[in-house]
Design a binder for this molecule. Structure first.
Ligand code: GRF
Length: 216
């Protein structure tokens, strides 16, 4: 985004409670970023975040993956729906679907995910328990460009929280969520300001930002 007269158009994909989506929507309101959430799309009708988004007066869509015969058919339809909103960025925020290579390719450089681990550690599910089992003393989250490989891709920013002796999965996930919101919102700000560049080397550069690391 370089044209300052134009608002950055954002589509957010969710599957559940959508707290990352909520914090992004609230940040846009508060900071008056030149960004607009043009649609929130869920793959489940009972996603709690969809209800919240509707209450905020946002445009919402539900596209139930279960209604499609194959992953490819769902992804093709999802891509078609997203394209109608002409987004500058598509943010995955607790969107629990593996996306097909053709989908990812279609949104190359525009598709961003948050994952609750310090990638490349612990792609996939149960990241908090895996961090506990490994006796890590730090747990973290990663915001990254999406590639066709699950929970993989050029890293834009990471955040860390300490793991405490008495932690279980729930307490650790809760502590991490606070930093997830912070990291995703910082990245959003950089995106809106047009500072995030995906270099040909596959590395990320954020103009004017030396450290893309956050801690509680
Ligand atoms: C977050 O930990 C997110 O990183 C992960 O799923 C969780 C969803 O949280 N992928 P929410 O739906 O944004 O509240």
């Amino acid at each position: 985004m370089t044209d300052s007269s134009k608002k950055c158009r954002i589509v957010i994909l969710i599957s559940g409670r959508g707290s990352n989506m909520q914090s992004i929507v609230e940040t846009i309101k508060k900071k008056q970023l030149a960004a607009e959430v043009v649609a929130v799309i869920a793959n489940k009708a009972d996603a709690l975040g969809i209800q919240w988004a509707q209450e905020q007066g946002l445009v919402t869509e539900v596209l139930e993956h279960k209604a499609f015969a194959s992953r490819q058919q769902f992804d093709d339809q999802l891509a078609t729906v997203i394209q109608t909103y002409q987004p500058d960025y598509v943010l995955l925020a607790g969107f629990m679907r593996i996306l097909s290579p053709s989908f990812v390719e279609q949104f190359d450089g525009k598709l961003i995910n948050i994952h609750p681990s310090l990638l490349p550690l612990f792609p996939g599910l149960n990241t908090h328990q895996q961090a506990l089992d490994a006796q890590l003393q730090w747990h973290g989250c990663t915001v990254h460009f999406v590639t066709a490989v699950l929970d993989h891709g050029p890293i834009i920013a990471q955040g860390i929280v300490p793991v405490q002796q008495e932690d279980d999965e729930t307490s650790l996930a809760g502590r991490l969520l606070a930093i997830e919101h912070r990291v995703y919102n910082e990245v959003l700000q950089w995106l809106v300001e047009g500072r995030v560049r995906l270099l040909e080397t596959g590395r990320v550069q954020v103009d004017g930002v030396a450290h893309r690391a956050f801690a509680l």
